[in-house]
Design a protein around this ligand. Structure first.
Ligand SMILES: [Zn+2]
Ligand SMILES: [Zn+2]
Length: 168
C-alpha cells in the first residue's frame, strides 16, 4: 500500500506537472513571452546566467515559472506521500538533465529508445527537435501532450493575431 502510494504520487507529479508546464507555461511562452525562446532555446539554457549577463532580472521570473508547475502541488502530494513527492521531483530533475544532453555526446540506445516510444517518454533526440523548431515535439516528459499542445499553439497564435489586428 505504501509502495503504491509512492509510485502513484511520483507518477501524478510528473503527469500533472508536465500538463500544467506544457499548456500554461511552455506553449503560451512561445506565443506571448520571449525569455523561454531567447534563453532556454539557446545553447546556454541558464536563466540565472542570462539575467546576470544581460542585467535583466525579469528573466528569472520566466525561469521560475518553468519549474513552478512541478512545485505547485507539493503541499498536496506531500500529504499523501512525502517520499513519492521527493522521488517525483528527483525524477523530474533527472529527466531535465537527460533530455538536454548534447547529441554530440549522447545517443539513446536503441532498446531504451523503443521503451521510451512505447511509454510516451521524451528522449533527448525528441526534445532536441523542439529546440530546433518551437512548433514541434511538445511535452517535457510525456510525448502524448504534443498533439493537443500543437492545437493549443495554433489556437493561441490565432488569438494573438486577432488581438494585434484589432488593436493596430
Ligand atoms: Zn528544453
Ligand atoms: Zn520551447
Amino acid at each position: 500500500m505504501v509502495f503504491c502510494k509512492i509510485i502513484l504520487v511520483t507518477f501524478l507529479l510528473l503527469l500533472i506537472g508536465d500538463f500544467v508546464a506544457t499548456f500554461f507555461y511552455h506553449v503560451p511562452e512561445h506565443i506571448f513571452g520571449k525569455f523561454h525562446t531567447i534563453v532556454h532555446h539557446s545553447p546556454n539554457r541558464s536563466f540565472v546566467r542570462y539575467a546576470l549577463r544581460t542585467r535583466k532580472p525579469c528573466a528569472l521570473i520566466a525561469g521560475f515559472f518553468a519549474a513552478f508547475p512541478y512545485l505547485m502541488f507539493i503541499p498536496l502530494f506531500w500529504i499523501v506521500s512525502p517520499l513519492g513527492t521527493i522521488l517525483g521531483l528527483v525524477v523530474a530533475e533527472c529527466h531535465v538533465e537527460w533530455r538536454h544532453l548534447p547529441l554530440q555526446q549522447w545517443q539513446t540506445p536503441f532498446l531504451l529508445k523503443k521503451i521510451c516510444q512505447r511509454l510516451w517518454i521524451t528522449t533527448p533526440e525528441r526534445h532536441w527537435q523542439h529546440h530546433c523548431n518551437s512548433r514541434v515535439a511538445y511535452g517535457d516528459i510525456f510525448t502524448f501532450y504534443d498533439q493537443p499542445a500543437q492545437a493549443w499553439f495554433k489556437f493561441l497564435l490565432k488569438l494573438k493575431k486577432k488581438w494585434k489586428a484589432s488593436y493596430s
